[in-house]
Every structure is written in structure tokens, then in C-alpha cells.
Ligand binder design. Structure first.
Ligand SMILES: Nc1ncnc2c1ncn2[C@@H]1O[C@H](COP(=O)(O)OP(=O)(O)OP(=O)(O)O)[C@@H](O)[C@H]1O
Ligand SMILES: [Mg+2]
Length: 242
């Protein structure tokens, strides 16, 4: 079953056409990787799908229902949750409090808030840091906090915007393991934007490569990553593709 579908999505910012008619679709329990150079429109696509802003035109469906332009909190209640490329925790609150707020934003109340938050903190390896002020965390831990907040919202569809960026290689493996567990144990459907090709290869059932606001290639990871158009437009120019 198709869980998430975006059809002919466009987005213009005054003069700039950031998205020029993008189609993606994700089946239940599948993982879609999105790659492409800086400025290709990847985060803008997430913003249009997850209710940060409405697309200029086009359609987004969740479980076959039109959700185009619905605000993020309504989408979260339907199970669509995203992480941000630029993290924005409440800096003066503790790690646990930040995760509790995420659990509440999904509708958890009372004892459920604590339970959901504690579970998400545990799963992301943040238990030792739970009482720390969020603003004082090192970058790698802030990334985990971003993921913990998403997990506390019990996503059915999880959109991850460069969740590995800024992590040293040793910090990446536990995050990848966690994402694989999520899919295996909970059947979570995922879309992830990533510049680290080893992660794209490991996680993706399908890959979409974006270039200048449009989809340039799609298919399984191997065929997309070896596509001459993709190498020319992205991989050949990137030094971050290791
Ligand atoms: N809110 C906005 N207002 C104006 N222009 C924007 C806005 N958001 C994105 N853009 C522009 O849209 C284009 C696509 O940006 P986007 O952030 O989607 O790229 P990206 O593929 O996520 O890149 P990166 O890999 O660097 O994160 C860029 O030219 C960017 O400057
Ligand atoms: Mg981006």
C-alpha cells in the first residue's frame, strides 16, 4: 500500500522555482532515500510534504487521503513526523523535557508522556544525558535528541533530513542500526535525505536523485548511484559522497 505520495509538487519563492513538479511515492514499511546537490530542493520538498508550508501547486496524500497544505501538527497526529536539518531544541530545557514536549505534541498525556519520552531517550542512547540542558549538548548528541523527539511522536511515516550530518563515522552506525530496527520492529515507513552514500546504500529500498528542483533519476540505490547523469550532476562534484 502506498503510504505517502507527492504528485507534481512545485514551490516558488518569489522568482526562484525551488521545486518544478516532483513526484515521489513510498510504500508501507519501505525506505526512500533522497539525494542531490546542495540547493537541489530536498529540504523544500520535505517542507511541502510535512506542512512547514504549502506547495505552490501539486498534491500530497497520506494513506490515500489528500493532506496537501495541512499544518505539521495535524500531520503529526496522523503519524507523519520529520526531523530538521537545523536542530532547534528548547536550549534551556533538559533533554528529557524536550522529548516530553514532543510526546505531548502528538497527543500523549499524563504518565504516557513520561513513558514515551523515557523510551525514546533510551533508544537513542541519551539516557545518561537526560537531565542535561539541551543547549549544552555536543553536536552528535543534539542529533540524537532530534531523533528522540521524532520517535516520541510515534511516527508511522518518518522523514529524516540529513540525520547523519555532523556525526563522526563512529557515531553514524548506531543511528543507522536504530533506523533499521524501527523499520523491522515497527514497520516504520521512512524518507531520508542524505549526503553520505554508504548510508543511502545501506538503508534505501529506492532512491530519488533531485537536481535543480526536479527528479533526475530514480530506482534502486545501485542503479541511481551508477547512473552517468547522477555522477555528472552530483557525485562527480561532491567530496562528501564517501
Ligand atoms: N524559505 C525559503 N525562502 C526562499 N528561498 C528558499 C527557501 N527555502 C529554500 N529556498 C531556496 O530553494 C532552493 C532549494 O533549497 P533547499 O534547502 O530545498 O535545498 P537542499 O536540497 O535541501 O540543499 P542542502 O543539501 O544544502 O540542504 C535553494 O535555492 C534555496 O536557497
Ligand atoms: Mg536541505
Amino acid at each position: 500500500m502506498t503510504v505517502l505520495e507527492a504528485t507534481a509538487v512545485t514551490k516558488s519563492f518569489r522568482g526562484l522555482q525551488a521545486l518544478r513538479g516532483v513526484d515521489i511515492s513510498v510504500e508501507e514499511g519501505q525506505i526512500l532515500g533522497i539525494i542531490g546537490a546542495n540547493g537541489a530542493g530536498k529540504t523544500t520538498l520535505f517542507n511541502c510534504i510535512t506542512g512547514a508550508f504549502a506547495p505552490t501547486s501539486g498534491r500530497v496524500t497520506l494513506d490515500g487521503e489528500d493532506v496537501t497544505g495541512l499544518p505539521a501538527h495535524q500531520l503529526a497526529r496522523r503519524g507523519m513526523v520529520r526531523t530538521f536539518q537545523l536542530m532547534r531544541p528548547f536550549a534551556t530545557m533538559s533533554v528529557l523535557e524536550n522529548v516530553e514536549i514532543a510526546a505531548m505534541s502528538r497527543g500523549a498525556r499524563g504518565a504516557d508522556v513520561r513513558r514515551e519520552a523515557a523510551r525514546a531517550v533510551e533508544r537513542t542512547g541519551l539516557a545518561e544525558w537526560a537531565g542535561r540542558r539541551s543547549g549544552s549538548l555536543p553536536a552528535g548528541m543534539q542529533k540524537r535528541l532530534e531523533l528522540a523527539r521524532a520517535l516520541a511522536m510515534r511516527p508511522r511515516v518518518l522523514l529524516l533530513d540529513e540525520v547523519l550530518a555532523g556525526l563522526v563515522p563512529a557515531e553514524r552506525a548506531p543511528v543507522l542500526d536504530l533506523l533499521e530496527d524501527l523499520r523491522r520492529q515497527e514497520g516504520t515507513t521512512m524518507v531520508f535525505i542524505e549526503h553520505i552514500m554508504a548510508a543511502v546504500r545501506r538503508l534505501s529500498d529506492h532512491v530519488v536523485m533531485m537536481d535543480q528542483g526536479a527528479v533526475l533519476a530514480r530506482g534502486d540505490a545501485e542503479s541511481v548511484l551508477s547512473d552517468p547523469k547522477v555522477v555528472e550532476a552530483y557525485l562527480g562534484k561532491e567530496t562528501r559522497s564517501a
